[in-house]
Structures are given as C-alpha cells and as structure tokens.
Write a protein that binds this ligand. Structure first.
Ligand code: SF4
Length: 69
C-alpha cells in the first residue's frame, strides 16, 4: 500500500498534517511523507493508520492524496 501525493494540487490546508503528523509533515512548500504504510508481503498493516489515511484521502479538498494498493 502506498501514499501518492500530488504536489501541484495541494493547497497546504493542513488537514493531513493535523490528522497524522507522524505521516505528513509540511516541509517548505510541500508535504513530505515521512512514514511507509506497509502492507507488502509479510508486513503488518496498521488498521488505524489505514483508516486515518482513507479519511485524509476523502477529506483532502483538492484530492491531492491517493492511497493505492
Ligand atoms: S489535505 Fe490535501 S490539500 Fe491539504 S495539505 Fe494535505 S495534501 Fe495538501
């Protein structure tokens, strides 16, 4: 599972960084993704993290965040 971030769409509203500051960090003019989601072969998936990421994906006002399998 991967987090895709579209820098061109992002308006830096702060939703993702406020909900999961352990994953999304404002770095200069961009959002930096500082944590891997996991879910690759044999890796444990953090269900709470996945739920939060789905919420951020749905809540991002410009659809700059995509969570892909
Ligand atoms: S929620 Fe979307 S628009 Fe807001 S800072 Fe995060 S990526 Fe950018």
């Amino acid at each position: 599972m991967k987090i895709l971030y579209d820098k061109k769409k992002c308006i830096r509203c702060g939703l993702c960084t406020s909900l999961r500051s352990d994953v999304f960090v404002l770095s200069g003019d961009d959002i930096e993704i500082i944590k891997k989601v996991g879910g690759q072969t044999g890796e444990k998936v953090d269900e709470k993290l996945i739920n939060d990421l789905r919420m951020i994906e749905a809540g991002c006002p410009v659809e700059a965040i995509k969570i892909v399998e």
